[in-house]
Write a protein that binds this ligand. Sequence first.
Ligand code: ADP
Ligand code: MG
Length: 681
Amino acid sequence: MKSLNDGVAVLAGVGPKKVEQLMSLGIETIEELIMYFPFRYNDFQLRQIEDIADQEKVVLKGTVVTEAVVSHFGYKKNRLMFNIRQEHVVVKVTFFNQHFLQKQVHMGEEISVYGKWDSKRQSLMGIKILSSGAKEQSVDEFAPIYHVNKQVRQQTLVDIIAKGIEAYLPLVEDWLPDELVEKYHFLDRQTAVKAMHFPQTMTENQEARRRMVFEEFFEFQMRMQQLKHQEKTTDMGTEILYDNARLKTFIETLPFELTSAQKRVTNEICRDMRSSLHMHRLLQGDVGSGKTVIAAIVLYAAVTAGFQGAMMVPTEILAEQHFLSLTELFKDTDVRVALLTGSTKAKEKREILAQLANHELDIIVGTHALIQDGVDYHHLGLVITDEQHRFGVKQRQALREKGNHPDVLFMTATPIPRTLAITAYGEMDVSVIDELPAGRIPITTRWVKPQQLKTVLDWSAKELRQGHQVYVICPLIEESESLDLKNATELYDTLRDYYAPDFEVGLLHGKMKPAEKDDIMTKFKDNELQILVSTTVIEVGVNVPNATIMMIMDAERFGLAQLHQLRGRVGRGSEASYCILVSNPKNDTGIERMKIMTETTDGFVLSQKDLEMRGPGEFFGARQSGIPQFNVGDMVVDFDILETARQEASNIWEQYEWQIKAAYQLLAQRMVEVEQTGKFD
Ligand code: ADP
Ligand code: MG
């Protein structure tokens, strides 16, 4: 029986070689083939002459005003020429070696010609005739253009997709409930799939896209709802009945008074922990807003209730930094904290694991290793993640298998717009720290060209002489790590020469052993080093209030969110601080980024701009962020559709046992497939 899961080889003319070619595009089945949508269409839309640039390929439509004449020249060469008139302008059209087109050109008739515009000669070099007289060849007007590679030709792919659609379109099932198709006037699925590839008109194509974007987001939101229901019903959360008196004492002994925003979010989190429902909360707060101390407070709460807590971060440096901060904050308590990362020695690791299992440890800080196999907790109640953005389904499962189904708090300095956060993370609750501790002076940001580096160094020397410290960040890009390291080392040497003998410079890079990094960081913290050159990006989790200058080399290589993070490393004390962007951007986006950085220090404004400029994929730190990649939809551009899809999915899940309703039969089936294939996990 025919099925959309058939391999592409079932199509006539698709032999082993083509199968292999298609595989290189990730296409193996018919379904994958017909869901491989074009990223744009040859824009054969009619244009006005005054809007056309020289040598641009366009379609001109006009009335034929001279007879078509063929002249022969050279060896077997010929030229077909005629004039068309578009309103008051007459344009000469020339075709080479296509004299047979002569019979399609008739005086007084309308004609559309696709060709290359020559603005000096006011003439069109014809490529093809799209329509003449009443004969429309409209389909060609929107020829699809696919992402292809060296192995697959555009036309080959077009032909195979056309074949696939011809033979299999009737098998495409419309699993979107009728009520939604009617409510939003969507095209049916078969029409939409076809019109994604071969639209009759651009309007039809837009309609097709609207439908496909909706169904994709809807499917995702249905899965999010499903997870939420599984978590809220089948697995009850953990009641963390903390000792309020001890918690109060702990907060009172902190070296500062909490801001009112910090108090508010602490209450929100504590309420969740006390509740028997599973906590799934996002804590947003700009860099420097004081999230680490909140983490310490709620971890402490969990410990007073007899639970263990885990704090998970994406990198080792950040783990080390958090470990140091927590150790410091817990120094007058009996809370036992340990650090576990990929570079923890085997013997130490064994000890830590044993202590976790028999509850000789209360808090563990580390990287992903914390929820892997072989890590057993005695009584894990709370997991905090920092800058992990989204906890995929697999990680949630791993956590559940740890036994107690602990509460989870996600912390992020990336000020994701609230609506996007809720939508993208499913039904997560959101807490926001929207206030910085008092007494902070806004950071001044300047953008300079690399040629001005010397001036900047002279000026920094003045700050240094006042006893302050300086960060210098060099970007590290994976593909050319060794080259970047060389750049950083060179810069380090330059700075050492420049500042000797008055000031000491240190170098911190990713290839160093944790002990070496620790050593450098400690020296910087203790002001034994005044200048720290670092290749690390967000990983600079160091908190050195005495540092007042953040200098970022090749700043155009960072996104706004990262630049903002880095800038947040200064301005932590009571002194005026500066962020210097050393950059020579090569494109408008780069220039725009530098300008925005100098204009605002508001993380939310920056994140909104960043989203607009780059799209969510990059914003959330590329693919590993866990934000799902959609085939057609764009979470930012199509945000309205995303939100509608969320509401509709939520409405359906509110209906008691919707899965057994006849109207949702196909949808329920589809969701089973989504779950089985792990599409959004
Ligand atoms: P984040 O993790 O949000 O970037 P941190 O927790 O590292 O911020 O806090 C930044 C700095 O502000 C730290 O030095 C911290 O001790 C300090 N801090 C936090 N909360 C307060 C507060 N309420 N008053 C004064 N200083 C604070
Ligand atoms: Mg932090």
